[in-house]
Structure formats: structure tokens, C-alpha cells
Design a protein around this ligand. Sequence first.
Ligand SMILES: [Zn+2]
Length: 58
Amino acid sequence: MKKASCPECGAEIEVLDDVIVGEIVSCPDCGLELEVVEVEGERVKVKVLQVSGEDWGE
Ligand SMILES: [Zn+2]
């Protein structure tokens, strides 16, 4: 497993080894949705997923 840290609460997040940039993971601590922005060896950088406010409907 690779590791990321939550930019919001700082929790360590385990990310699958085959993670790709653009994938969405969620923080198990604060529940925030995070987008993978960079994969570098065993470290994964994530940013808070920006929800554009668009209504996608059901
Ligand atoms: Zn968090």
C-alpha cells in the first residue's frame, strides 16, 4: 500500500498500489473526498476534491 496524508486532518491514508492520478480516495478520519494529484514512489499527494456546485441529478 502507498500512503497519503489528509490535507485537512493530517491522517495517514492507505492507498492502493495501482492508484492513478485523478483517482478519488476518501479520508477514513474526516470523511473528506480527496483527489490524487501525484504519485511518487510510496507517497501519494492528494488535494481536497473541489465540488463545483453543479447539480448532477439522480
Ligand atoms: Zn482527513
